[in-house]
Design a protein around this ligand. Structure first.
Ligand SMILES: Nc1ncnc2c1ncn2[C@@H]1O[C@H](COP(=O)(O)OP(=O)(O)O)[C@@H](O)[C@H]1O
Ligand SMILES: Nc1ncnc2c1ncn2[C@@H]1O[C@H](COP(=O)(O)OP(=O)(O)O)[C@@H](O)[C@H]1O
Ligand code: SF4
Ligand SMILES: [Mg+2]
Ligand SMILES: [Mg+2]
Lengths: 261, 261
């Protein structure tokens, strides 16, 4: 009944911006929870208005962390959680996600009617804790955020390999534009090559920075804007999406050929 | 006697381009070995003229891999090795580095007089195999490649946390320009804030793409160019560098404040 949606993509591609704005868009009609699964732990900052304590940090000093220590309420009642990550160089970067999921299970969070849960997951490597939302079926469906840039598409292809390996369901590709030539065509072509489709296109916009500086989402600060409309359209598109696939990622040579044609 | 240099940085920031061009620059006066420690396994493509088999792939079918199966000679006698990475979703992404170092040890490679060894290491997460070049002292000195962009500097700060934790020595910051405003000042300021310094600035240049398409380095294809000169200057700067520090990374709030001032 609760719907788990995982958003993956290369670091810096725009996952947190997409996730927080999607949550804001959904919040008017649905119950929403956002679970940050990126060591950067900043997915929920624009929903709560500040950086919230991470589960990993909380657990260091409080092994009996309670719901109120780790769940925070943001804009329009979106429930916010950050897994956190260990200090770099200290064990698996994905350990925060593992610890977080374990605590949320223990607190019985997943038994509640949570509406829509959106996971914001680092996608530069698909291993350790970062594979957990898919491997342990916390999320039934995955969407990949990419731009038309080589590195973003390369990462998207890599993530698709991970999804296939972990037997996940790819719901679609989200194009978060960086403003390069033929960007939408590139991303559309990529989506089709791996057997998927583009579920939404988010334009590049200064409103992202303007609202981010205020620790707000675009949907909250500029609700009438075209940018806000783009996030709402993406929200509807994801909610209505029925096309889920095990992706057919490209091998290394195919990907090079695809990109350079 | 052999000097081990590790080059870290966010995925896509330009590590492989810097590493391969540095190797080409050194090769005229020094013995050089390049060891790719990024699952992308493409560091040595512009030195050998093609993608070479990775150690991880080779070991799958040949547990008794010999020197000739994993070491390849490239431009100007640079010796090239690629660790490789497992398929995404299958265990630790850094496993290729662990397997590779273990094989190179077994083959006695590190006992030889190798001149300069340059490690190209993924820096989006500093864990598992990606921490090995520093933790196991294969590299005595680390340089971080960054641009003036938020995500690149954030990653550089993260890598500095890893270096500090792993008791490594940071030799300096390499600015690989993306062409954004005040880029060199941003990177210089960042370097100073963490107790380091900028060892070189590499301009953004089309010659990178032009030579890359030919599977060559800029130093090989355009030896007289200013871009080539920039790589040579960086090579000299690194060779002569005597300033090594345990970095003082910024905490999350400090970093935000640094970037947004
Ligand atoms: N559509 C967009 N238009 C303009 N800037 C964007 C857009 N999406 C993201 N950004 C910017 O890109 C940077 C990285 O976005 P973020 O959501 O934090 O990425 P991730 O969570 O994938 O690491 C942020 O500074 C954000 O302001
Ligand atoms: N100085 C530069 N000028 C122009 N393009 C560059 C420069 N350095 C790197 N690039 C381009 O950026 C992309 C990523 O570089 P690469 O060296 O593969 O990054 P990494 O190894 O860090 O993932 C490549 O397509 C490369 O052509
Ligand atoms: S599993 Fe992935 S995140 Fe964990 S140590 Fe290995 S590379 Fe790092
Ligand atoms: Mg994020
Ligand atoms: Mg590389």
């Amino acid at each position: 009944k609760t719907r788990g949606i995982a958003i993956y993509g290369k670091g810096g591609i725009g996952k947190s911006t997409v996730v927080s704005n999607l949550a804001a868009a959904y919040s008017q009609d649905e119950k929403v929870m956002v679970i940050g699964c990126d060591p950067k732990a900043d997915t929920t900052r624009t929903l709560v208005g500040r950086r919230i304590p991470t589960i990993l940090d909380t657990m260091r000093t409080n092994k009996n962390a309670a719901r109120g220590d780790v769940l925070f309420t943001g804009f329009s009642n979106v429930i916010c959680v950050e897994s956190g990550g260990p200090e770099p160089g200290v064990g698996c970067a994905g350990r925060g996600v593992i610890v977080a999921m374990s605590l949320l299970e223990k607190l019985g969070i997943f038994e509640e009617d949570l509406g829509i849960i959106i996971y914001d997951v680092l996608g530069d490597v698909v291993c350790g804790g970062f594979a957990v939302p898919l491997r342990e079926k916390y999320a039934d469906e995955v969407y990949i955020v990419t731009s038309g840039e080589y590195m973003a598409l390369y990462a998207a292809n890599n993530i698709s390999k991970g999804i296939k390996k972990l037997k996940g369901q790819l719901g679609g590709i989200i194009c978060n534009c960086r403003g390069i030539e033929h960007e939408e065509d590139m991303v559309k072509e990529f989506a089709e090559r791996i057997g998927s489709h583009v579920v939404g296109v988010i334009p590049r916009s200064e409103l992202v920075q303007k609202s981010e500086i205020n620790a707000q989402t675009v949907v909250e600060k500029f609700p009438e804007s075209e940018q806000s409309q783009a996030y709402r359209q993406l929200a509807v598109s994801i909610l209505r999406n029925r096309k889920f696939v095990v992706p057919e990622p490209m091998d290394v040579e195919e990907f090079e050929e695809f990109f350079h044609q």
